[in-house]
Write a protein that binds this ligand. Structure first.
Ligand code: PFF
Length: 451
C-alpha cells in the first residue's frame, strides 16, 4: 500500500470510528432494550429496523454529504449549502434545531451515563456478588432515590465530557474509540454466549425481540421506534454532519453510512439478546423502564464466574461509549458558540456544559425529589426531555434534512459528493429523500395519534 493510500484509509477509518463512537452509546445498550420492553418487543424491533433502513440510512448519507461539502459547524454548513444552492437562508434552522436538541439530549444523557459510572464502582466493590432479583431492584431503587448521588455522578460525567470537548476531538479520543469499539463488541458477544448457554430463557428472550405479535401493534410504538432510530444513529441534529468533514473526498459516503448503521444495529440487538433472557429467567418485568439494564445486568454479573471483573469492564466500556456519544451531542452547540468568534473553544464548551448540567438537574431530580412533577402530560421532567428531543426535534430535523438534500441542494454538489454511486442508486436515494423518508416520518407522526 502506498503512503497516500494508507493515509486515505486511516482517515476513512477515523471518520467511521468517530461516527460509530457517536452512534454507539447508551441509546443501544440502555435505551433500546427498555423502550422495546415497554412496547411489546417484536413489533417495536421490526418497526425500528424498518426505520433504520428506510429513514435512517438515506438521512445519514444526506447529513454526511452536507457535512463534507459544508466543512463547518452544522449551522454554518447549512448556511453555505443554502447559499451555494440558491436556496432560502432559512434552511439554517436545521442547524439551530440541532443546537437545541443537542442541549436537551446532553442534559439527560449525562444523568444516565452517571448511573453507568456509579455502577462501574459498585461492580469493582463487588456489590452484586450472588445477588437475587429483589436485591438488585433494591440497590437500583436506593441509588436513584438519592438526589445527591445522582447529581454527583452527573457532575463527574459532564466534567469528563466537557473537558475532552474543550480540547477538541483529537488523537486521544480516536485511539480510545479504536480500542473501545472492539472491546465492547467482544464483551457483548461473550455475554450473548453466556446468556445462550446458561439462563435457559435464551429462546424466550429471542422470541420476545424477534417475533412480532400483531396485537402489540400501535401507532404509538411505531412512533417511539422511529425516535429510537434517530437517537441511536445520532441523526437529525447535525452531529453526524459535524463529523462529515473528517471524511476524505476519496472515501465513499454510502459505504461508510452502511457500515455505521450495521455496527450500531448489531450492538443494539446484541444488548437486547443479553438483557431479555436475564429478564425472563429472573421474573423481571420487560416493561420495567429506564432501570432495566441496571437491574438485569448486575444480576447476571453477580452470578457468573469472574462476574465482578466482567461487570466492572462492561460498565467501564459503556461509560466510555457514552463519553464518545456525549462529545458528539455537544459538538454542534460548542462549534456554533466558538464559531461566533466571541468565545474560545474551551469557554464555549464550559458554557454549554454548565447549562446542560443545570438542565440535567431536572432529570436527576425527576427520579426522587420531583418524582410527582410532570412537564408534558403524564411525563416526568426526564421523560419530557427525552420525548421532546428524540421523538419530536430529531425526526423533525430529519424531515428538513431530507427535503433540503432531496429538493433544494444543487445537484452538482450531490453528484460531486457521491461519485461512487451508480445512477440507479443515486436516483433511488433522491427518490427516498424527496418522498419516502419525509413521507414515512410524516406518516409515523400521524399514526401516533391513532394510539
Ligand atoms: N447515538 C447516541 C446513542 O445511541 O447513545 C446518542 C446520540 C449521539 C444522539 C449524538 C444524538 C446525537 F447527535
Amino acid at each position: 500500500m502506498t503512503a497516500s493510500s494508507s493515509g486515505m484509509w486511516s482517515s476513512r477509518l477515523i471518520f467511521i470510528l468517530a461516527a460509530a463512537g457517536s452512534a454507539v452509546g447508551l441509546g443501544n445498550i440502555w435505551r433500546f432494550p427498555y423502550v422495546a420492553g415497554e412496547n411489546g418487543g417484536g413489533v417495536f424491533v421490526l418497526a425500528y429496523l424498518l426505520c433504520i433502513c428506510v429513514i435512517g440510512l438515506p438521512i445519514m448519507i444526506a447529513e454526511i454529504v452536507l457535512g463534507r461539502a459544508g466543512k463547518n459547524s452544522p449551522i454554518a454548513s447549512m448556511k453555505i449549502m443554502a447559499r451555494d444552492s440558491g436556496a432560502n437562508p432559512a434552511w439554517q434552522i436545521i442547524g439551530w434545531m440541532g443546537v437545541v436538541a443537542g442541549f436537551m439530549i446532553l442534559s439527560f444523557y449525562s444523568v444516565i451515563a452517571g448511573w453507568a459510572l456509579a455502577y462501574f464502582l459498585k461492580m469493582i466493590q463487588g456489590a452484586f456478588l450472588g445477588i437475587d432479583a429483589d436485591s438488585a431492584n433494591r440497590v437500583f431503587e436506593d441509588f436513584i432515590s438519592n438526589p445527591h448521588r445522582l447529581v454527583f455522578w452527573h457532575t463527574i460525567f459532564m466534567a469528563i465530557t466537557i473537558f475532552i470537548t474543550s480540547r477538541g476531538v483529537g488523537q486521544g479520543l480516536e485511539r480510545a474509540v479504536k480500542l473501545l469499539m472492539p472491546g465492547l463488541f467482544l464483551l457483548l458477544i461473550l455475554l450473548v454466549i453466556w446468556a445462550a448457554s446458561s439462563s435457559g430463557y435464551f429462546l424466550k428472550g429471542i422470541s420476545f425481540l424477534f417475533s412480532p405479535k400483531p396485537e402489540d401493534f400501535s401507532g404509538d410504538s411505531v412512533f417511539l421506534a422511529m425516535g429510537q432510530a434517530f437517537f441511536t444513529l445520532s441523526l437529525g441534529m447535525g452531529a453526524i454532519m459535524a463529523y462529515g468533514a473528517y471524511l476524505p473526498k476519496s472515501a465513499g459516503i454510502a459505504g461508510s453510512a452502511l457500515t455505521i448503521g450495521v455496527l450500531d444495529t448489531l450492538v443494539a440487538l446484541l444488548s437486547g439478546m443479553i438483557i431479555f433472557p436475564i429478564v425472563f429467567a429472573n421474573g423481571l418485568e420487560p416493561s420495567a423502564g429506564p432501570g432495566l439494564m441496571f437491574v438485569s445486568l448486575p444480576l447476571a454479573f453477580g452470578n457468573m464466574v469472574a462476574g465482578q471483573i466482567f461487570g466492572a469492564l462492561f460498565f467501564l466500556l459503556v461509560s466510555f461509549a457514552a463519553v464518545t456519544s456525549a462529545i458528539s451531542i455537544s459538538e454542534p452547540a460548542v462549534a456554533w458558540l466558538s464559531e461566533k468568534g466571541k468565545f474560545a473553544r474551551s469557554t464555549s464548551a464550559y458554557t454549554i456544559g454548565f447549562l446542560a448540567w443545570l438542565l440535567g438537574l431536572g432529570s436527576a431530580f425527576s427520579f426522587n425529589l420531583m418524582s410527582g412533577f410532570t412537564l408534558l402530560p403524564e411525563k416526568s421532567f426526564f421523560d419530557s426531555m427525552d420525548f421532546l428531543s428524540n421523538n419530536v426535534l430529531l425526526p423533525f430535523g430529519g424531515i428538513l434534512i431530507s427535503l433540503f438534500v432531496g429538493w433544494r441542494l444543487k445537484p452538482e454538489i450531490l453528484l460531486d459528493q457521491l461519485p461512487e454511486i451508480s445512477r440507479f442508486f443515486l436516483g433511488l436515494l433522491i427518490f427516498s429523500l424527496r418522498f419516502i423518508a419525509p413521507g414515512a416520518i410524516f406518516l409515523v407522526f400521524a399514526m401516533s395519534f391513532l394510539k
